[in-house]
Design a protein around this ligand. Sequence first.
Ligand code: PMP
Length: 308
Amino acid sequence: MGIESDWIWMDGEWVPYGDAKVHVLTHTLHYGLGAFEGIRAYKQPDGRPGIWRLDQHLERLLDSMRITLMPSPYSLDELKLVCGDVVLRNGFEEAYIRPLAYIGEGSMGLGARTNRIRVSVAAWEWGAYLGEEGMKKGVSLKTSTFTRNHPNAAPAHAKIVGHYVNSILARYEANDDGFDEALMLDHRGLVAEGTGENLFVVRKGKVYTPPPINILPGITRQSVIDLMRLDDIEVIEQPLARDALYVADEVFMCGTAAEVTPVRSLDRRDIGKGKPGPITKRMQERYQAAVHGEIDVLQEDITVVDPR
Ligand code: PMP
């Protein structure tokens, strides 16, 4: 499974994969101001692809652009059609969809405001983000030495290209030290999120997650909260210190790419029994059922892709 596809949408045109290129003086490439999304389409019971919570992802993209003062050349409805088309045109049954808004070439310098805002939408087939084995047995985490971006340095509600330098440094560090993923603490030393995932903690039958203030308000995070509610489990949004994870019965991460990924250890300490626990496994199953159109009350969250 590579990231290749036949077609990528760039600024209103369908471009063959090999021609989807940008100029080296593209502003975003130099300074990192751009906004993006990660969205997944799943095969529905009737065989058609369906995109999970597409409106919410595109609303977040437009919000990210507002926060960063990038006027969007396209409306939510226009982008919605493109996201469906990118799956169809490439003949995917299931796909990861990547809209990207960026500042084109023309002027350089941080104050340049007249360069064209460009938008592309690509899609590819993407399996388990943290590996199949991690999905089954749980992943290992290391508390990062890198602090999550301070909200006054980098607005956490926006999914901004340059924010991911912080995430990549943490991910490299964790991987180089032999762990699967990093746990990122915020500027106060409290649990924030993974490098590309939100986090849930289960203890004594109660479920906790950090409030969405200085973390990315994940769409999967909200999906998990909604699924828990359907199971009559209340999720408590409260600040957590890292030791809350040391004594947890279960921890799991979630994100569009990572879906629901169990965490088996943090800082070489087993979490619970060191393997996925019952609530984590239930959420893994329920999330897959939801995105595949098998939970009636959540079907309106799926945009079924139909040939037009
Ligand atoms: N936090 C960060 C830093 C992320 O990059 C992501 C992935 N977009 C998430 C959380 C999870 O967000 P979502 O569920 O919307 O994909």
